[in-house]
Design a protein around this ligand. Structure first.
Ligand code: IVH
Length: 661
């Protein structure tokens, strides 16, 4: 070990921590994901060459440890109590009056924060290192979830602070986006859905296997800083500022309020804007800001007298199910949808709610005519929470035996929750696949909405996505409610897609389990549509993050004759079928060509190649005059000799790593 290695390790770690903070805490990334990954790989390579130098607070060590048998209980330094609720303005006024009385009219301020709908957790630090995380549990004793909490990227493993020992408390959250993604994955795997982001955050934090927690993308917002179980600073606001300076994630949506009116304004403001937040909140927490005043006010047995949770009304309403109808999706899945008597749920009129599948209908015990509670949460589609009472003329639902659109056969495979229409020419499937193809972020065909797609399919003008490229102005102007100007725009928007890169085209095909990210990965790995079409399942799985399920889906998609025909017609329409990996410019090795030979002490050749490429270098197979460096390990043979005769610089693994730094 050399001083240099140590210095290099620490500088890489510091750099990665800086980017973690910028990305996960401040939401202001300064480098691309690829650049971040490249730094991470450099650190991993260096650590695997010097395993004795790995430290627990290294950014590589977030997901360590093996699945456990269960959780160990741990005591809290001081009770983690709950909050009293104010359910309306009157109750909030009562709280404010009590505070004023107990403070004998002394001036005071509130700090108002959003009430994040997650679960609370205490995290202990010693000498700047995160050492233990404990769930709230019953308030005096929780469960030790240290290994899982370490996987939360917005929770720093190392912080700069002069405090020898301290504790932070805050809220573990799952964003609405991560929640929707998780449920979509669970649907695909035929697993039951999570009911809401809070339940799924709680479930994810209590996984026995930390790698599962890591995949759930949890977040941690802090709101208390304690030393020996007591608040450290004299003001809550200052405490939040200090936490933020230490590198913790603290919600910036907070306000100091001089009086009840300012507090009420903050509460109303966020009640209106709560849909714009990337996570769910269920109210606002108001805390008397001065800690000495908090001490004067004290606690009841269950909650502090210096704080209150002003709760927003639950976004639930009651209504009647008028009918349960079935929709047919792009992959042929039949989805039952409840049509509801229109009802206002916190300002939005809701008329439909998805029921997912027949298992869900059975679980809810729902039928047309029933009175139900429905709920809106974040951006999630409204859902039926439960049946309140059965309708007098209730009409129980049964999954149709034939597709409601094409009357073709439907099947429900053994062990699957989904029922599918198997007619590949089903117009409903076709409509959905065109809408998917045209969607924003896929082929971006502005103007290709439901009304246009319905007519194109119903009039027989479009029988496959490829037919979009045969549409003419004359055909389009015949459609109802489509003027010449809009028709021209639509044609231009279709033509524009001929310049779109391969990952978008791949995404547009609607291969099950292949979304934006996977399309990018396979395009990067294979470089052309033909290479992807020809790859067998094993080859497909060699691409990053592509598992057996995805590989299988891609392979069987391209095995089908009608999909092959679709691809050929899209090729003929002039879509881009080749893909060049973005050239990295300005990397440490930009412009240099490498050849790797022999066995390197720690890196596989593949990994060495990846590291070089990430840093902008090129790796080729044979040594020529154009080769700049030969990376040689043990048992290097003729390539080494050739490089020597050509006077090419020869590097061992350590020398390569030094160049990468
Ligand atoms: S203060 C004794 N601040 O709400 C002080 N809690 O209903 C208790 N919560 O258990 C916590 N956002 O899980 C506080 N900004 C916030 C909060 C918050 C969410 C949760 C927390 C607490 C529950 C009480």
């Amino acid at each position: 070990m050399s001083i240099d290695t140590l210095a290099q390790l620490e500088s890489l770690r510091a750099e990665l921590r800086k980017h973690e903070h910028l990305y996960y805490v401040l939401d202001q990334p300064a480098v691309s994901d690829a650049e971040y990954d490249a730094l991470m790989r450099q650190l991993q390579a260096l650590e695997s060459a010097h395993p004795e130098l790995i430290t627990a607070d290294s950014p590589t060590q977030r997901v360590g440890g093996k699945p456990r048998e269960g959780f160990v209980k741990a005591r809290h330094s001081s009770p983690m109590l709950s909050l009293d609720n104010a359910l309306n303005e009157g109750e909030l006024r009562d709280f404010d009056r009590r505070v004023r009385e107990l403070l004998n009219g002394a001036p005071f301020q509130y700090t108002a924060e959003l009430k994040l709908d997650g679960l609370s957790m205490a995290v202990h630090y010693r000498d700047g290192q995160m050492v233990q995380a404990i769930t709230r549990g019953d308030g005096s004793e929780g469960e030790d979830v240290t290994e899982n909490a370490r996987t939360i990227r917005s929770l720093p493993l190392k912080v700069k602070s002069n405090l020898k020992q301290f504790e932070v408390r805050g809220e573990v959250l799952m964003s609405t986006r991560a929640f929707d993604r998780l449920n979509a994955e669970r649907d695909a795997q035929q697993l039951p859905r999570y009911a809401n982001p809070r339940n799924s955050a709680a479930g994810s934090l209590r996984m026995l296997d930390p790698t599962v927690t890591a995949s759930r993308q949890l977040d941690f917002y802090t709101y208390f800083l304690l030393v020996d179980g007591k608040q450290f600073f004299g003001s809550h606001w200052v405490s939040l500022e200090a936490l933020s300076n230490f590198g913790f994630k603290v919600n910036t949506l907070r306000r100091r309020c001089a009086d009840l009116d300012e507090l009420l304004a903050f509460i109303r403001e966020w009640e209106e804007k709560r849909d714009s937040l990337p996570y769910e909140i269920d109210g606002v927490v108001a805390k008397v800001d001065s800690i000495p005043q908090q001490e004067t006010l004290g606690w009841t047995a269950r909650a502090p007298r210096w704080a209150i949770a002003s709760k927003y009304p639950a976004r639930q309403s009651e209504t009647t199910v008028e009918a349960i109808e079935v929709q047919v999706g792009r992959t042929g899945t039949l989805t039952p949808v409840a049509h509801l008597a229109p009802v206002l749920v916190s300002g939005v009129t809701v008329t439909r709610a998805t029921l997912h599948n027949s298992d869900e209908i059975e679980r809810l015990g729902i039928a047309a005519g029933d009175r139900v509670v429905i709920e809106r949460s974040g951006d999630v589609i409204p859902k039926v929470v439960r049946v309140i009472s059965q309708g007098a003329d209730r009409r129980p639902f049964s999954m149709p035996t034939h597709c409601p659109v094409c009357n073709g056969d439907v099947v429900r495979e053994e062990g699957e929750s989904a029922t599918r229409c198997i007619n590949t020419n089903c117009p409903a499937r076709l409509k959905e696949s065109i809408l998917h193809f045209a969607k924003r972020g896929v082929m971006d065909i502005d103007g290709m909405g439901e009304a246009v797609v319905d007519q194109l399919v119903d009039k027989g003008l479009v029988k496959s996505v490829a037919d979009l490229y045969q549409l003419t102005l004359e055909k389009l102007v015949e459609l109802e409610r489509l003027g010449t100007k809009s028709a021209e725009n639509l044609i231009n928007n279709i033509i524009r897609t001929q310049t779109f890169p391969l990952p978008r085209v791949l995404n547009g095909l609607g291969i099950p389990f292949v979304g934006e990210r996977t399309a990018q990965i396979i395009a990067d790995a294979f470089g052309s549509m033909d290479a992807i079409m020809q790859a067998d399942i094993d080859t497909l799985q060699r691409a990053d993050e592509v598992g057996p399920k995805v590989a299988h889906s891609i392979h069987s998609f391209f095995q089908e004759a009608r999909n092959q025909e679709l691809v050929e017609r899209l090729r003929a329409a002039g879509l881009i079928f080749y893909h060049q990996r973005a050239e990295r410019t300005g990397g440490a090795l930009a412009g240099s060509t490498f050849v790797i030979t022999g066995t390197l002490p720690t890196l596989s050749r593949e990994d060495a190649k990846k590291l070089i490429e990430e840093a902008g270098g090129k790796v080729t197979d044979s040594v020529t005059k154009k080769t700049n460096y030969l990376v040689a390990g043990e048992k290097a043979g003729s390539k080494l000799e050739k490089a020597r005769t050509l006077g090419i610089e020869i590097l061992d693994e350590a020398a390569l790593m030094a160049k990468l730094a």
